[in-house]
Write a protein that binds this ligand. Structure first.
Ligand SMILES: [Ca+2]
Length: 302
């Protein structure tokens, strides 16, 4: 799970979310250990970024990478899910996210990664006092990375009960020239409302829709509807979590523009930088469109 999947606490209670949990006499020994280890991880910057490729499903070319984060501290923080859970628990998500972004962008510059850089972000954190505005822009300027190469992934996985706050977050990024992706579409509470209000540049289909889609008429119907809608509003669709050739073939057949998943490339600290997927994509491209999908898409002028 990446950082964008850790936002429930912020969306459901954005005000209280920014107040760190205090360890008092009733705090458990485990709480103290977790907080201590997380503070040490942040101060010593004990994380490293990995990059997973996002591939064009029309020709297999590299479109960009999503940056994910792995901890190196060991101890009780043994994986990224636990790391972000503990950060959320103690109100340290802002500090952790800032560190993740700093590490990811610096490494992307060192590796001279091609294409776009997708970064997960919690919109509510834009309003945290300890999340200094302009930090990302200053860092990008320092690294000579153009803002047009940055795509912020906003999760819709969790309940958003403050859309004014959410829209402020989106406007904040848009006004600076960044692109916006809706992450995990179909896996949360408010996807359609978010789509109508944000009008994103990219839509990332939730993994559960992709998993076994070739064997599920229901998932196919949902995927088709979301792809059709996304195309109508000018957003490119990314099918995330593609692990089987049958899933890849299906999304190619219904016209999804982009794909991501183990089949197309695992997250890596040093990704190859170019896509080796041209042969894989062309082998999976069906010789004929699926008749029923073609008809439905044609009727709705997608
Ligand atoms: Ca993501």
């Amino acid at each position: 799970m990446d950082i964008a999947n850790q936002d429930e606490f912020y969306y459901t209670s954005p005000t209280q979310a920014m107040a760190p949990m205090s360890i008092n006499a009733s705090g458990s020994y485990l709480d103290k250990i977790e907080l201590s280890e997380l503070e040490r991880l942040i101060s010593l910057k004990q994380i490293f970024p990995v990059f997973q490729p996002i591939i064009s499903l029309s020709d297999g070319s590299l479109h960009g990478h999503e940056s994910l984060t792995r901890p190196t501290s060991g101890g009780c923080i043994s994986n990224p899910e636990i790391m972000f859970d503990i950060a959320r628990k103690f109100g340290l998500t802002a500090e952790l996210e800032k560190l993740c972004r700093e590490k990811a962008l610096s490494k992307a510059r060192t590796l001279e990664l091609e294409g776009l850089i997708f970064l997960n972000v919690c919109p509510a954190l834009l309003h945290a006092e300890n999340h200094r505005r302009g930090f990302t822009s200053e860092l990008l300027d320092f690294l000579c990375i153009d803002r047009s190469r940055i795509v912020f992934e906003l999760t819709e996985k969790t309940l958003i009960n403050d859309y004014d706050l959410f829209e402020l977050g989106v406007a904040h990024y848009r006004s600076q020239g960044y692109r916006i992706a809706i992450d995990d579409l179909g896996d949360g509470y408010a996807g359609l409302k978010m789509l109508s209000q944000v009008v994103p540049d990219y839509v990332k289909l939730a993994r559960f829709l992709v998993d076994g889609v070739d064997q599920s008429p229901t998932k196919q119907a949902l995927s088709e509807a979301l792809i059709c809608f996304s195309k109508k509003i000018g957003a490119q669709v990314i099918a995330e979590g593609i692990e089987r050739p049958e899933e890849l073939s299906y999304f190619i057949s219904i016209g999804a523009e982009l794909g991501q998943g183990y089949l197309l490339g695992r997250p890596s600290p040093e990704p190859p930088g170019v896509s080796a997927n041209h042969t894989l994509i062309t082998q999976q491209t069906p010789t004929e469109q699926r008749p029923h999908l073609h008809c439905r898409l044609s009727r709705t002028a997608c």
